[in-house]
Design a protein around this ligand. Structure first.
Ligand SMILES: C[S@@+](CC[C@H](N)C(=O)[O-])C[C@H]1O[C@@H](n2cnc3c(N)ncnc32)[C@H](O)[C@@H]1O
Length: 403
């Protein structure tokens, strides 16, 4: 392994913290929800690392295991809640054994994700499966393998992928005989440990990029970049958009969160969440908004900003959210579940606001008789009409646009 990768675990860097926050804060409500399906959860950290950074900070395995322990301790479904966690790493299985020794019943796999994942998942049919995919580079992100995971053998399946999209563009440029240049000369410096994939201009490289992207659409983006029609940042943006579209052939709800290290700077990479379950998508969109607020605080060094901004540093004011909600929900001319329509909203516009912000606008639209709402239960315990605008815990909401 290249020397530069050895440095990854010396000290936990800010972008690793943001990424782990995103994972940890999602897993908490996810576990609470998934336990109630009464089907086991099979969690796999596919590129687990050492478990702990050398500076004492927890890595993704410890973060997940602590959340599972808390989730199991607080559930009322004693004995019926089952969580099986597995950790794969090519280089650090012995460190994982040591750093995770306090946790019982976990599986540590020494080897390559691409060689071991199928076998590991063979016995998980009917489970709720969550895969955390955080490799150094891009070469292990085989899109057709992600398609296979979604072919119905599990009760639910979710992926959280760290996609080094700039790394992809750079290698795609190499493979198509052009050099990737961006105005920020030090752009890749702080991602050095994350970026060991190097491809050259051979047919094998082109094949590898097709496998990662799940098609050939990336070639057109690189050609446009080569011809000077778009710059490197636009190339990354188009690639990320089309990659999410490609994933959505197998996963109905795909969200992407650009990770920026400094405010108003370009993203360094993307975290991508893919699921076939609308409530998972809504949970992740809310989580992205919360994480974004935290990231913004890191970027602003705690200073408050006057306006709400989304993860693209765009000001999102109430009027804009209202416009989008009206644009989206005015197309619901049949009864549709609130959660499904919110998930489709987030896929369409991105995680620009929390589900609670959408609900607020919907309540106003209901009051103005622009939408119809069916709630179950329709009445409160005291016999008054229900007014809730969230689903779950035995409550359902359906909405329809009034023509
Ligand atoms: C970015 S690090 C993971 C960091 C970890 N998620 C954390 O937060 O602590 C990537 C890990 O993938 C491991 N690795 C590299 N190639 C691999 C492969 N083909 N299969 C499984 N693990 C691999 C490396 O040893 C490294 O520990």
């Amino acid at each position: 392994m290249a020397k530069k990768n050895d440095d990854f675990f010396v000290e936990k860097k800010p972008w690793s913290k943001v990424k782990d926050e995103l994972l940890g804060c999602y897993l908490k409500p996810y576990v609470a929800k998934i336990i109630h399906t009464r089907k086991p959860l099979a969690y796999v950290d596919c590129f687990a690392g050492k478990g702990k950074f050398d500076d004492g900070n927890p890595g993704s395995p410890l973060i997940a295991l602590d959340i599972f322990q808390q989730g199991l301790a607080s559930t009322k479904l004693e004995g019926n809640a089952q969580i099986g966690a597995a950790f794969i790493d090519l280089n650090y299985a012995s460190e994982l054994e040591k750093n995770l020794s306090d946790y019982k019943g976990i599986k540590i796999v020494s080897g390559k994700y691409e060689d071991t994942i199928e076998n590991l998942l063979k016995t998980r049919t009917g489970c709720n499966v969550f895969l955390y995919i955080d490799p150094y580079g891009i070469k292990n992100l085989d899109c057709t393998r992600f398609d296979q995971f979604a072919n119905g053998q599990f009760n639910t399946i979710e992926l959280l992928i760290n996609m080094n999209s700039f790394g992809f563009i750079r290698e795609a440029c190499n493979a198509m005989g052009t050099k990737f240049k961006i105005d920020d000369g030090s752009f890749f410096d702080d991602l050095i440990e994350y970026d060991p994939t190097v491809l050259d201009s051979t047919d094998k490289s082109i094949e590898a990029l097709n496998r990662i992207a799940g098609g050939e659409y990336w070639k057109n983006i690189i050609t446009r970049y080569k011809n000077g029609e778009i710059d490197g940042y636009k190339a990354e943006e188009y690639f990320s958009q089309q990659y999410c579209q490609r994933l959505s052939e197998s996963y109905k709800y795909v969200l992407n969160m650009p990770i920026r290290i400094q405010q108003n700077r370009h993203p360094k990479y993307r975290m991508i969440h893919a699921t076939n379950h609308p409530s998972g998508c809504v949970l992740m969109a809310d989580n992205i908004c919360n994480r974004w607020e935290l990231l913004k605080n890191i970027q602003n060094r705690g200073q408050l900003t006057l306006f709400q901004e989304d993860f693209n540093n765009q000001i999102v004011d109430e009027d804009r959210i209202t416009d989008y909600v009206i644009e989206h929900f005015s197309q619901c001319n049949r009864w549709v579940s609130l959660t499904v329509s919110q998930a489709v909203f987030f896929v369409r516009y991105g995680a620009i606001c929390k589900s609670g912000d959408i609900a607020k606008v919907l309540k106003k639209l209901e009051k103005d008789r622009r939408i119809e709402v069916i709630r179950n239960p329709s009445q409160t315990a005291k016999g008054k009409p229900s007014t809730f605008m969230t689903e779950g815990h035995g409550k359902t909401v359906s909405v329809k646009w009034v023509k």
